[in-house]
Structures are given as C-alpha cells and as structure tokens.
Design a protein around this ligand. Structure first.
Ligand SMILES: [Zn+2]
Length: 500
C-alpha cells in the first residue's frame, strides 16, 4: 500500500511586521524527499507535545505502508508567507504525486491558518492540487491545528479533516495519528465517512480559553461523547487563529461520520454552543507595573509569570517588545527576573563588546516599529552563543545570541525567534526559571502546559503587541461584515454535508 505524506505547516499573524521567507522555513523545517522521512522518524519534541508529522508517520509505518515523502515545510508563526514558498511547495508536491501514481491514499499535516502574499487559503490550494491529480477515489485525510481557518474548499476536497482537540495543544502527535488512522480505515473499507461543516462568524483571543476548563471543556466533552457513542467517527472545533485577517475566515465545526443527518445535527449543535459562549472568552489582564510589584515581593520559590502574550512568537508576533524592560527601568526595580527578546542587532553588538563588558545600545522594537520604540539600556554581557542548540527534542537555530544583565533582569537576546512558551528555552541558555522572582513568557495559553506545574502565579499582562487580546484594536479588513467581536448578531448556523 502506497500513501503520500506531507504538508506545509505555518500559522500566520496578518498584523505581524515583515513577511515569512524561504529562509524562515530553512531555519526550521524544510524537509524534502528522504530528508522528510528521516526527520519524521527522529523528531519527537517531548512526551505529550510531539510533532504532528511524526504522529502520522509512525502510524503509517507501523501499518507497513510504503510512505511517499511529499515534503514537509514548517516555520515559526509569523507574517504572511512569500508566495514563492507556497508555489514551489505545490509544484514539487504535484511532481511527487505524478511520479508515484497510482497512490492508495494521501495524508496531509498542516496548520490551517497559513496565508500567502496572493492566497488566503494555501492549505485549500494544496488539497485541491492533490485532489486534481489523484481523483475522487483516493482518500485524502488531513491533520490541522485547532486554530485553523477551515475553508469550504478544504472540506469539499478532503475525505476527513481532524484538528487538535486540546488547548494547550498536548495532542499534536495524536492528531497526526488520527488523520493517518482514518486514511487506513477508509482504505480497509471499514468506514465511508462524510463531513458536516458549519462556519461560525466569530474569533476569540487565544489567551481567553482552554480545553482544560469550562466552558470550552464542556463543549469538547460533548464531541468526545458523540464519538464514544458511535454517532461520530471524528469531530473538530476550530477556533480560528484570531490574528488572521483572511477572506472567508471563520471559526467552524467539522463532524465526521456515516449518517449524514446525524453529523449535520451534531455539527449544528456544537456550532450553536460555541457561538453561545463567545462572551465568556475573556482574558483578565494585569498592568505591567502591578505584576512587577507582585514579583518584587515574591519569596514563594515559584516565579511570577508576566505573560506578555501580545508579543507571542507562537501567535506570529515578532517577540521584540521591550515593554517589560522599559517598565523595570522606569520603576528602578530590582526584581530578579528572566526574559527573552528577539533582537539580532543587539545580539551582534554584544558580540562586539565581548563577555563581561558593558554595552549601551537600544534594545527591542527592531521589527514592530509601529508598536514600540527601542529602549536605551546599559547592560552587562553575561554570555554569548552561536545559537544552535538542542531545543524541544531537536537542534534549533536561534542565530547568534547573547545573555545580558540589565539591573537584576537576565535577558536572552536572539537573532531568530522561537517558541517561548516552554521553560526549556531559558534552560537551553543555562537559566532555570524557578530561580527567579519573575519570568516573562511571550506565549498564549499553550505555555500553561509547561509552566502551570512550576507555578500558579500567572498574570496575563496588559501589554501591546501583534497578538493582543484586544482584537477590536487591530485593523481587520477582510473578515465578514457580521463577525464577533466586531459586531454581535444572532447566528443561524448553516450546515453543509460533503461526501467524496
Ligand atoms: Zn493552535
């Protein structure tokens, strides 16, 4: 049995400065041909947060399938992708498909909230390109992030779509495995799934909900119960990436099953439930000065987390906000703190002066120039790194990096920004977050999976940034006219059912 596996995986923040270039992919995941298979085999992040590609790969391999590498491209979340990356990926994918026809099946692992310079639906473009070559009879099953913008083209052209069902995303590997298992079950003739799809005109800040607590927990449990009872084969609730300004951008519900009426009814029910809880998706914010004040008094042995989620690298922001350090300086605070900032210019200047020496230079705001101004700092260079180091189960490239001390704050300065929600970022540079009174974490809800076991002193900060929770402050242009939180209207769910 021959199944193609591959995909393009990136989450876009339409409000982040700059664009995502081929270099950004090459620095993270640009795996074509045999390379893809090798990395899929090796790439396991950590126990419950492993890679989606690896999940699909493992299931297919264990089933004795011949896996055709369709190529896998992944980059750190960021601004819209240079169109050539998407066009080149689709061109090589089409060549690979043609060379390997007839294929028995296709499994695609993607994010779902990508955006190119000329397309708002790269994942739809990819699925359609493959469908046109393999025809209607070859199953295409797809794994996506819970923050996907699931478009009608994606549902029309795939046999199944399976999104992460947990947030924080602790089921990434499992979602890849789900998509692969569905493909195998279709091929064995065990299931003949249809999909029901409902678009929901709303977005919610990613800091404002988790599947661990009500109300979202109850909604997801309802879906799981329908799967357990056999009424559904699979289900997904997409809370669209809230900083994606895309034409036809929607949150959505996708249900998978064999009874068309039943899956349509359940999709409508779950979509109605999600819209009904929209007002409950709110983030309680704390002022930066207030959080610093709490941290100064913190002798608990657990760090106060200043959650600067508005500058979240994982939500596509540039990770270059100097807001916290500016307030520490303005307050003349001696809080013992740890923070991270993306500023290659500053890191290069540290290299010039060398370890143990003083540097006076502006810090931060090298990308988000419309949001912040660089902060003049006097710092001591504590350490320098070439930036290539083990991070989340594989080698990562942070680019030339430095650690500097500003008052009592230890600041990791990198040239490439990476996921900041896992304490292993600080550990990679030799610092243990629990040794500090205050740790700045630039991530949305995802970080709670890693930081909640260390501390309960977590404070979402009222900071500025491309991934702010104040969605109405952002210059959305493309979302539909009637769309929460920009307007708050009655929602009459329309269900579409698709059958391959
Ligand atoms: Zn997500």
């Amino acid at each position: 049995m021959k199944i193609l596996l591959g995909g393009l995986h990136q989450e876009i923040n339409s409000f982040a400065p700059g664009k995502t270039t081929p270099e950004h992919f090459k620095r993270k995941q640009y795996w074509l041909g045999e390379d893809m298979l090798r990395y899929a085999d090796e790439y396991v992040c950590c126990d419950d947060d492993a890679d989606v590609l690896s999940g699909s790969y493992t299931v297919l391999k264990e089933a004795g399938v011949e896996i055709v590498p369709g190529g896998f491209l992944g980059a750190q979340p960021g601004p819209a992708i240079e169109q050539s990356v998407i066009d080149d990926y689709i061109a090589q994918l089409k060549e690979t498909v043609k060379r390997n026809l007839p294929l028995d099946g296709v499994v695609l692992v993607m994010h779902g909230a990508a955006q190119g310079e000329k397309t708002d639906d790269p994942e739809g473009d990819i699925i359609v390109a493959v469908r046109e070559l393999v025809g209607k009879d070859v199953p295409i099953t797809v794994a996506l992030d819970m923050h996907a913008n699931v478009t009608k083209r994606m549902v029309e052209n795939a046999n199944t779509l399976s999104l992460y069902q947990k947030y924080p995303h602790t089921d990434i590997w499992e979602t890849g495995a789900r998509a692969a298992r569905l493909c195998l079950r279709i091929l064995k003739g065990e299931i003949k799934p249809c999909m029901a799809y409902v678009q929901i005109p709303m977005i919610a800040p990613a800091s404002a909900y988790t599947t661990e607590i009500a109300p979202f927990k109850g909604l997801m449990q309802k879906g799981h119960d329908y799967v357990k009872s056999g009424k559904l084969i699979d289900f997904s609730v997409a809370q669209m990436q809230p900083w994606l300004d895309a034409k036809d951008g929607y949150s959505s519900v996708v249900t998978v099953g064999e009874n068309k009426e039943e899956i349509a009814r359940i999709a409508k029910e779950l979509a109605t439930d999600l819209y009904a809880m929209r007002h409950e998706f709110r983030t309680e914010l704390y002022g930066v000065d207030d959080i610093i004040g709490r941290a100064e008094k913190n002798e608990s042995g657990k760090p106060v987390i200043l959650n600067d989620f508005a500058d979240s690298s994982n939500a596509g922001a540039a990770g270059d906000s100097p807001e916290t350090i500016a307030r520490v300086l303005a307050l003349s605070s001696d809080v013992r703190g740890l923070m991270y900032i993306n500023d290659g210019e500053f890191a290069a200047a540290c290299r010039e002066v060398g370890v143990g020496n003083k540097i006076c230079a502006p810090l931060g705001a090298k990308f988000s120039t419309k949001l912040f101004a660089p902060v003049p700092v006097e710092a001591t260079v504590k350490a320098l790194f070439d930036g290539v180091m083990p991070f989340r189960g594989m080698m990562a490239d942070f680019g030339p990096s430095a650690v500097v001390q500003i008052r009592n704050m230890f600041v990791i300065v990198t040239t490439q920004h990476r996921y900041n929600g896992d304490p292993c970022l600080y550990r990679a540079f030799g610092y243990e977050p629990t040794d500090f009174q205050m740790v700045v974490v630039k991530a949305n809800t995802s970080f709670r999976a890693f930081y909640a076991p260390l501390t309960d002193l977590i404070y979402p900060a009222a900071t500025k940034g491309s991934s702010t929770a104040d969605l109405r402050s952002l210059p959305f242009k493309n979302v539909p006219k009637s769309f929460y939180p920009f307007s708050d209207n009655e929602f009459l769910p329309q269900v579409d059912v698709f059958e391959m």
